[in-house]
Design a protein around this ligand. Structure first.
Ligand code: PA5
Length: 422
């Protein structure tokens, strides 16, 4: 496996018997016909259709991605991590009128023929995404574009069986990609939801998928010494049970992977934070994710992480080789500058990360140190599948269903009640 793990203070003892037991459980989760996140990206037609849509619209310079939650966080994470070209991305992922005003304003001098609007909604009925659709159709109206012409500017991604977007796509002949019915929104980064923005960002989709595919066998390994999926799940679950540690700080030492922390946050929180277990008993469980990134957070949250309550586990991600680097040589004579002058910027980053890990350990903190050789498509594909798998397996440890989100329904119903009273 290209993901290298170290656990502090120590890796849990995963015997072969334990590995086999947990992998059998994991297999039953991923083989369930309604939770296919582990295998969906093996469906080649999803890749091929995304590439065909890219070919059709590839001259577009502005890619406007409209979606929320799992329909946006994956694409944002991928584009932020690995964009290789100068396609302009606009993510409409909220209903803040001031922000959307600025986003629409930023299109004022852009010709619509240079833009592609990618509407992503698995259900096709999400209020925030439909609100953005309404606003964008007003923009088109103002520019004299009729609904019959939307097909030249819009692409939809939605459930292929039942969705309002699907109905609209048929009515207006809009190119539509599949969000597989058997994959939940927050598990869709390895589907057309992520594929199309990745292609517009100039990413190597084949390498991204190869990374994920190459990891599948490792995640299913029955060798307890090698199976890092079971080791990580055991590590975090044991901390929760024995030390009441139920907060997870996710901290890549990389600005480009900062959006990965936000993607992980949704995956971890929405999947594992549950009131009832599978037997229907009230348990109110979950792990609270905390977004961090190094080295910047060393001047922000790290004071708390070191000396505040010892109620957090840390997942620290190291990029071993940065694609770019700088010498810190300087002609100026300040003492502190001269101390740095024989090093490179990446060495300073590494030193700060190692220093923080050592200090966290000395303070009795618990952490997983995950190293990737490079921030590239191959490793990104592996990390996505690893954390999706960890989330799914952790759901079994907590005895809850990680694939639903009943807790957000009441708020939606009350919002519409409120709206109707206005
Ligand atoms: O993970 C999930 O299921 C959610 O966060 C959804 O992605 C989010 O609610 C958006 O749903 P939809 O894609 O149906 O618009």
């Amino acid at each position: 496996m290209a993901l290298k793990f170290q656990f502090f203070p120590e890796r849990p003892n995963v015997t072969s018997a334990l590995a086999i037991e947990k992998i059998n459980i994991f297999k039953s989760i991923i083989n369930n016909t309604s939770t296919q996140f582990f295998y969906t990206f093996n469906r080649q037609e999803l890749e091929v259709t995304s590439k065909n849509v890219y070919q059709k619209f590839k001259n577009r310079k502005v890619f406007v991605h409209i979606g929320i939650g799992g329909s946006s966080l994956g694409p944002e994470m991928m584009v932020n991590a690995l964009q290789k070209n100068d396609t302009r991305f606009i993510f409409i992922n909220n209903i803040d009128p001031e922000e959307i005003y600025s986003q629409m304003e930023s299109l004022a001098n852009v010709e619509l023929k240079d833009c592609l609007f990618y509407f992503v909604s698995k259900s096709g009925g999400t209020a925030e995404t439909l609100a953005a659709l309404a606003i964008i159709t007003q923009l088109f109206e103002a520019r004299g574009v009729r609904p019959s012409e939307y097909k030249d500017f819009f692409v939809f991604a939605t459930d292929p069986v039942k969705s309002e977007l699907l109905t609209l796509s048929k009515e207006w002949d809009i190119t539509t990609l599949e969000v597989p019915s058997d994959v939940g929104g927050r598990f869709t980064a390895l589907t057309p939801v992520g594929f199309l923005p990745a292609l517009f960002a100039g990413m190597d989709l084949d390498a991204y998928l190869k990374g994920a595919k190459d990891l599948q066998a490792d995640l299913l390994s029955e060798d307890g010494k090698k199976n890092e999926l079971v080791a990580a799940a055991e590590f975090l679950y044991n901390l929760k049970q024995s030390k009441q540690i139920s907060q997870t700080v996710f901290m890549p030492y990389s600005s480009k992977l900062r959006a990965f922390s936000f993607w992980f946050t949704q995956l971890w929180a929405e999947s594992l934070g549950k009131k009832k277990n599978k037997k229907g008993e009230v348990v109110n469980v979950g792990f609270t994710p905390i977004v961090g990134y190094g080295a910047t957070d060393q001047h922000s949250q790290v004071q708390l992480f070191m000396e505040g309550p010892n109620d957090k586990a840390f997942i620290i991600i190291e990029v071993e080789n940065f694609a770019k680097d700088f010498s810190l040589r300087s002609v100026l004579s300040s003492n502190n500058l001269q101390k740095l002058s024989t090093f490179n910027l990446s060495q300073l980053m590494k030193a700060e990360m190692e220093g923080t890990i050592k200090a966290l350990r000395e303070n009795g903190r618990h952490l997983i140190h995950l190293k990737i050789a490079k921030n590239d498509e191959y490793h990104l594909g592996q990390m996505i599948l690893f954390f999706e798998s960890l989330t799914a397996l952790m759901g079994d440890y907590l005895m809850i269903d990680p694939f639903d989100q009943p807790g957000v329904e009441a708020g939606k119903i009350y919002a519409f009640e409120f709206l109707n009273q206005l």
